[in-house]
Write a protein that binds this ligand. Structure first.
Ligand SMILES: Cc1ncc(COP(=O)(O)O)c(C=O)c1O
Length: 439
């Protein structure tokens, strides 16, 4: 294991020097509220919001506080519609009525899964009919499937996929097998929950192929959980063709917490309601979602300002996506080379996040060890990065059992990744092992 000493701060982060484009100085200033002592390489969990967008949000908050009635009667709905229209264009939806703005992907999932629950309650689906989802589906979404679908009589099949993963084919084959199993004993597959990018481990899923396979098999409801997608990979909902598609704008699209969209291919489908019922109940999911009681709606109103910020970057959103993808790969390859480990996925299955194998000698033997190491990196090295534990297969020699999920967003510099590199090298050379924390 070696560690070369390039402690130069990388300035060439895609920002340009032209006037209305983001200069490197503008970029630093837009994120100057970030704690400067922390190497923040975890954009994936909570996203980030530049100060120009925060200021726009605060203007909306103040306008509401200054004259709430005027804001409510004259500005709120048109402003939400403006955000919905911007999202429609971004994701190539057919009509703005297909777009609802909700708080987060968890709420998007609740809307879809409650709809499925009613299909069971109204005997459109039979007890024992199946729902297929990835084993790596997000924890909160799995709980929602349990709460709405299993409790309503559905049978859930989890699709196991290998990790590290070699290619799309591994996922496609595993999914096909699960659909076959779901159809056995005269049951029908009623629901497929497909991640666009899984959270932990982070893998870009061949969503178009899986949706097509589900369509060909006659799956009634195809839901794509794309919490990480918008802003980090290309999204074209018509091309993907799912019934429902949800994504957070506060993760990779520079919006403040919290805002997500739910795209419904057919928003008129029966029993599609927001879980929080208010005055707009029955007026269609998009309008229901636009008023769920008195609260702060400002995060939902600043999509145009977030896009203005994005367009100041060379190449706009496409430029940001390509930049982050290219940089995260570069950083991931630098780290595996130094640590003598491996990546968790092929490069084309990374988005703006990558899974980087950690040295086996760190002794990560459980989820709890992974969390311990993550906390240790935060507390002792001020490096923020999630760690994934992978159970080794029988007979593996010196298996890589821990992977760091690194993110790249435009505020990151190469130094952030050198901080992680050096922290791990330091732990290895000092003989650190998670076993110390196990008793
Ligand atoms: C794949 C996936 N689905 C759903 C969610 C939930 O997002 P939120 O907490 O914003 O609702 C996340 C959050 O990280 C996620 O990674």
């Amino acid at each position: 294991m070696s560690s070369d000493n390039h402690d130069r701060d990388d300035e060439s982060n895609g920002a340009t020097a032209t006037t209305d484009k983001l200069s490197p100085m503008d970029l630093r200033s837009e994120f100057s509220h970030h704690d400067p002592t922390v190497a923040r390489i975890n954009n994936g969990s909570f996203g980030s919001c530049p100060s120009s967008v925060i200021e726009a949000q605060q203007r909306y908050q103040l306008r509401f506080l200054q004259q709430p009635d005027d804001f409510y009667y004259n500005h709120l709905k048109p402003s939400i519609l403006r955000s919905r229209q911007a999202i429609k264009t971004l994701i190539n939806a057919g009509h703005v009525d297909e777009i609802s703005i909700v708080d987060n992907a968890t709420t998007g999932a609740a809307i879809v899964l409650q709809h499925v629950k009613w299909c069971f309650f109204q005997s459109k689906f039979n007890p024992g009919d199946t729902a297929v989802m990835l084993h790596y589906a997000y924890g909160a979404v799995k709980k929602s499937v349990e709460a709405y679908v299993t409790r309503a009589g559905g049978h859930v099949i989890e699709v196991n996929m290998p990790f590290p993963i070699a290619s799309d084919d591994d996922i496609i084959t595993a999914f096909k097998n699960a659909l076959e199993l779901g159809k056995s004993d005269n049951r029908k597959v009623r629901l497929a929950v497909i991640d666009h990018i899984t959270s932990m481990p982070s893998v870009v899923i061949p969503v178009k192929e899986l949706v097509k396979m589900c369509r060909d098999e006659g799956v009634d409801c195809i839901f794509v959980d794309a919490a990480h997608a918008i802003g980090s990979i290309e999204v074209d909902v018509q091309e993907i063709g799912a019934d429902f598609y949800t994504s957070n704008l506060h993760k990779w699209l520079f919006c403040p917490p919290s805002i997500a969209f739910l795209h419904c291919r057919n928003p008129e489908v029966p029993n599609l309601h927001h879980p929080v019922v208010s005055h707009e109940y029955g007026n269609g999911i998009a309008i229901e979602s636009s008023w769920i009681g008195t609260r702060d709606y400002s995060a939902q109103l600043v999509v145009p300002e977030a896009l203005e910020f994005i367009n100041r970057f060379e190449g706009g959103l496409d430029g940001i996506r390509k930049w982050n993808h290219q940089k995260v790969i570069e950083m991931a390859e630098m780290l595996v080379k130094i640590w003598c480990t491996n990546l968790g996925t092929p490069l084309d299955m990374c988005s703006s996040m990558a899974m980087v194998g950690l040295p086996a000698c760190l002794g990560i033997m459980s989820d709890s060890d992974a969390l311990t190491l993550r906390s240790h990196l935060r507390d002792c090295y001020k490096v923020e990065v999630p760690i994934y534990y992978r159970q080794p297969k029988d007979g593996e020699v010196d298996p890589v059992t821990g992977y760091a999920r690194i993110s790249h967003q435009i505020y990151n510099t190469i130094n952030d990744y050198y901080r992680l590199r050096d922290a791990i090298c330091n732990l290895v050379s000092s003989g650190f092992t998670c076993k110390v924390f196990q008793d």
